[in-house]
Ligand binder design. Structure first.
Ligand SMILES: [Zn+2]
Length: 315
């Protein structure tokens, strides 16, 4: 992907507009011609996630919030057929080891949190978009000079049109995981995506995309806007740049629906839900754990006692 994340300013939505071409109509048509499959899903009454249920397992709780799912409520739902997926490389036993190693380093976490946790392995829905972005802009290039006495900046107007191609903009289509958490599971290495076959879903749960194609493309646009600002600055060059107006239109939009493997550990502790996520391909782990008050106090008093002992011994 050509984006260069960061380097945006607060007023970007005012100076950066998107041409009023009906992208969403285009996406609707693309969606209508896409193959569909039928998933038997059940909607969680607590968190609203629509997931499939692993029929081979006796456990039918929601992978996100742990609530019991009513398997009698399974309903067939037509969804866009995944184009591809990255299969699980890390099995559940390896995921448990990864989790235990992670939790051992978090020694203030309550013991109940460290015990053998409940795992669910799920294929998370994603969209990937490819698109060209044509940007017309008005900006200024600043070059710094020194005239022997002082530094000054010379500004030159730059009015131009430029095109960038964005490849594999990856947008998570699950509404049940926090965007920040799921972003921390990157990189995925989309070159490892293999064509989708039903057999891969056996023994695993999958989720119906909660973010639909339109919303997905909207998110992709937001992502490219961030990248475009940085690209424009690079394009304008000089020591400093001003972007006064930029207008982007998107062409050659294509999309794919893909599934990515994640192990989820969902814990409830003192009424709060904690999610730990493991990348099912790379083993990268990410999550938060609570702190046990007893352990914090033991550490504080232990440290005070140790200092007192040192003072008695040496002073
Ligand atoms: Zn739930």
């Amino acid at each position: 992907m050509a984006t260069n994340e960061g380097s945006q300013n607060d007023s970007s939505s005012e100076i950066h507009s998107v041409d009023e071409i009906d992208y969403f109509g285009f996406l609707e048509n693309a969606k209508a011609s896409a193959d569909e499959i039928v998933l038997q899903t059940v909607k969680c009454n607590n968190c609203n996630a629509s997931t499939t249920v692993d029929v081979a397992s006796s456990d039918s709780s929601c992978p996100y919030c742990g609530d019991k799912l009513v398997t009698g409520d399974l309903k067939p739902e037509s969804v866009i057929k995944p184009w591809g997926l990255i299969p699980f490389r890390l099995n559940q036993q390896e995921a448990v080891k990864t989790y235990q190693k992670w939790i051992r380093k978090r020694w203030l976490a309550p013991s109940s949190f460290s015990r053998q946790p409940k795992f669910q392995s799920i294929y998370l829905p994603y969209w990937t978009f490819d698109t060209s972005a044509n940007v017309q802009f008005i900006g200024q290039r600043g070059d710094e000079y020194y005239d022997g006495e002082r530094n000054y900046t010379l500004w030159t107007d730059v009015i131009d049109e430029v095109q960038w191609y964005f490849d594999d903009i990856l947008i998570c289509a699950s509404e049940s995981v926090k965007e920040e958490s799921i972003n921390n599971l990157r990189p995925w290495g989309t070159e490892d995506i293999i064509p989708f076959e039903d057999k891969y879903l056996k023994g695993f749960i999958s989720e119906k995309y909660g973010v639909d194609l339109k919303e997905g493309f909207q998110k992709a646009q937001e992502r490219t806007t961030e990248g475009i600002e940085a690209l424009l600055r690079e394009y304008i060059g000089g020591d400093d740049q001003k972007i006064l107006k930029a207008r982007t239109s998107y062409t050659d939009i294509t999309f794919k629906h893909i599934l990515l493997p994640v192990h989820i550990i969902s814990h409830e502790f003192r009424g709060k839900r904690y999610q730990v996520l493991i990348n099912g391909k790379t083993g990268k782990i990410q999550g938060k754990s609570p702190k046990s008050l007893a352990k914090v106090l033991t550490t504080v008093f232990g440290t005070i006692a140790l200092i007192a002992l040192i003072i008695r011994l040496f002073f």
